[in-house]
Design a protein. Structure first.
Length: 340
């Protein structure tokens, strides 16, 4: 009986255990998957009052630009700008006067169109008198200048003819005392165009090109003051045509020419200026001219006092009946008055 009772208890326990076990092997896997992945379950439906409000749409212009694959290149910052400083003479206008003491003796001679064989070679005598000059300057543009200037000098002297000579159609025998005189005039219009530096800013150096037009006139005269002009009775001598005898003759040679050159200015300080200019032009067998000048200038208020030297050379046309050539070395002083 005891054994049969034990068998009956075991059978009842196995039956209970079989009922509690799942129906198949997949059931436990599905149950565990449902427990591990809560997102697989359908979302719970919330009431309308508990649902979050939709985010506002982003405007098109506020959205970041689409990436194109090109590098983002930014422009370099602008360089700092310095003020454009104008030195004295680069604004407004001024007036100037000058005084000089030229040295040199021009040559007078016959040209290829003279038509005679007598010599005409003469060195014009005398130390030149004080030369006078004047100028007007006007600033045009930012640092360019237009200058109108004039210069004149004269000299007179005597010499004795070493041979027979002919001057302006008058023949003088050998051994005659001849007095000579001349007057040189030069009128110049000069446009000074700034070439360097560019931009100027606060630099002190200036290099300019000179575009000029010059008028040059050389008047020469000769006389034989010791030759008689009266007869023994005191009456005046006359020529075969009835004209009074005179040994005085004169004539002039002039030309108008462009000249080109360079000018350099260094402002050592605001009140001290060093200036160098050189220009010239030549037409073979017609005329030659060159002009150089250097000066050191000191400014006091509206006035500027300058001192320096000038070399001036001319030669008129050798194809004419007569021509003149010579170089004058001219120490000079000047005074400018800046009106602005």
């Amino acid at each position: 009986m005891k054994k049969s009772g034990m068998v009956l208890v075991c059978v009842l326990w196995l039956a209970c255990w079989a009922q509690a076990r799942p129906a198949g092997p997949d059931a436990s896997a599905d149950a565990s998957a449902a427990t591990a992945d809560p997102q697989s379950a359908p979302p719970a439906t919330l009431p309308p009052s508990d649902q979050p409000a939709a985010a506002p749409a982003t405007p098109a212009e506020s959205q970041p630009p689409a990436q194109t694959g090109l590098p983002n290149i930014s422009a370099p910052p602008d360089l700092p700008k310095y003020p454009d400083v104008r030195m004295p003479g680069e604004s407004g206008f001024w007036l100037g006067l000058g005084l000089s003491e030229p040295t040199g003796n021009p040559i007078f001679d016959k040209g290829r169109d003279s038509g005679f064989t007598t010599s005409s070679l003469v060195t014009l005598q005398g130390r030149p008198k004080y030369g006078e000059s004047a100028e007007i300057g006007i600033a045009v543009g930012s640092h360019d200048v237009l200058v109108v200037s004039g210069f004149s000098t004269r000299a007179a002297g005597d010499f004795t003819t070493p041979r027979e000579i002919e001057l302006w159609g008058q023949t003088y025998n050998q051994g005659v005392l001849i007095s000579t005189n001349y007057e040189l005039k030069d009128l110049k219009v000069s446009f000074e165009y700034l070439m360097l530096p560019n931009p100027v800013e606060s630099r002190h150096f200036r290099l300019k090109t000179l575009w000029q037009l010059q008028y040059v006139d050389m008047l020469t005269g000769f006389d034989a003051p010791l030759l008689p002009v009266t007869n023994a009775s005191g009456g005046g001598l006359v020529t075969a045509t009835g004209q009074p005898v005179s040994y005085q003759v004169s004539g002039s040679k002039w030309f108008v020419t462009p000249t080109l050159g360079l000018g350099a200015t260094e402002y050592l300080t605001k009140f001290i200026r060093l200036e160098l200019n050189a220009s010239g032009f030549a037409v073979p067998r017609h005329w030659t001219i060159w002009d150089t000048e250097g000066s050191l200038n000191f400014r006091f208020g509206h006035f500027e006092l300058g001192g320096g030297v000038r070399a001036f050379h001319i030669k008129t046309s050798t194809s004419a009946n007569y021509y003149v050539r010579g170089t004058l070395l001219t120490p000079q002083v000047s005074l400018r008055w800046y009106l602005k």
